[in-house]
Design a protein around this ligand. Structure first.
Ligand code: GDP
Ligand code: MG
Ligand code: K
Length: 268
């Protein structure tokens, strides 16, 4: 049975979308060790399970509640990620999106709350966003139920792997890129069972000082990674990674922004 993980910043409409996309509850309770509600339901007209996860701004968790989402990516083996974003705060939302896209797990991006953009001077061209991010992008207004049917159809299609692209690879600067490649080789030699994209993602997260990932690497004895801790930290890889992501987001948004025809000066 396939599983879709619902991930996104807090208050982007994840639970509203969950309710629209599912028709049967499979489970409602709490995640182990935290008080966050765990909701699982069946995607309408499908055997697929949808899992609603706590809202997060990054995969590097600040709280135990937030760590639930990162832990789920490490151990839950979702087949697909539905990343729900607030279209009006895309710049901030895309920081998480990039972390998800790097995992190699297929991502469908929902640009939710499109209704909030009606008064904005700019809209987004969804095909351009899809091209830059290498993933499916669908616009929704979860509250008024617009775009749900198309999103549902796209999720089914993406689960069929017919519409899925490879993981996003950002142009990290030379020392980082070189270290990623070298560490990937070393880690693949000792842990050939890990998928290549997932290996690269673990390394980037480790470099970015994600403590949940660092604990995981310790537990799994990923020594190709753990032995590099001091080297990564001394070279400020975390800062390089963050800057590269910000630059990429700026470029993506610049390419995808379109004037909102409803807000053109001659119509005001
Ligand atoms: P979550 O924290 O990501 O699970 O977000 P919720 O589903 O709880 O939604 C947060 C708030 O945003 C609620 O008040 C929703 O009614 C509202 N909301 C959800 N989707 C939309 C949308 O497409 N447009 C607008 N304007 N509001 C929405
Ligand atoms: Mg919620
Ligand atoms: K429902």
């Amino acid at each position: 049975m396939a599983t879709i993980a619902l991930l996104g910043n807090p208050n982007t409409g994840k639970t509203t979308l969950f309710n629209e996309l599912t028709d049967k509850y499979a489970y409602v309770g709490n995640w182990t060790g935290v008080t966050v509600e765990k909701k699982m339901g069946q995607l309408t007209d499908s055997e697929t399970m949808v899992v609603d996860l706590p809202g997060i701004y990054s995969l590097n968790p600040l709280t135990k509640d937030e760590a639930v989402a990162t832990d789920y990516l490490l151990t839950g083996h979702p087949d697909l990620i539905l990343n729900v974003t607030n279209a009006g705060q895309l710049k901030r939302n895309l920081l998480l999106t990039i972390e998800l896209l790097e995992s190699g797990i297929p991502v469908v991006l929902a640009l939710n709350m499109l209704d909030d953009l009606q008064q904005s001077p700019f809209l987004f061209d969804l095909p351009t966003l899809a091209e830059w991010l290498h993933c499916q992008v669908k616009g929704t207004n979860a509250r008024s139920k617009q775009g749900i049917a198309a999103l549902h159809a796209n999720l089914l299609q993406s689960l069929d792997h017919s519409a899925v692209s490879p993981a996003l690879t950002l142009p990290y600067p030379e020392p980082v890129a070189h270290a990623i490649d070298a560490t990937t080789q070393a880690l693949q030699a000792t842990h050939p069972e890990l998928p290549r994209d997932f290996t690269r993602w673990l390394i980037i997260q480790y470099m970015a000082q994600n403590q949940t990932i660092r604990d995981y690497a310790q537990r799994q004895q990923l020594t190709a990674l753990t032995h590099q801790t001091a080297a990564f930290d001394q070279q400020n890889f975390e800062d390089h990674i963050f800057q590269t992501r910000l630059t990429f987001i700026e470029q993506t948004l610049q390419a995808a922004r379109r004037p909102n025809p409803a807000m053109q000066p001659n119509q005001l």
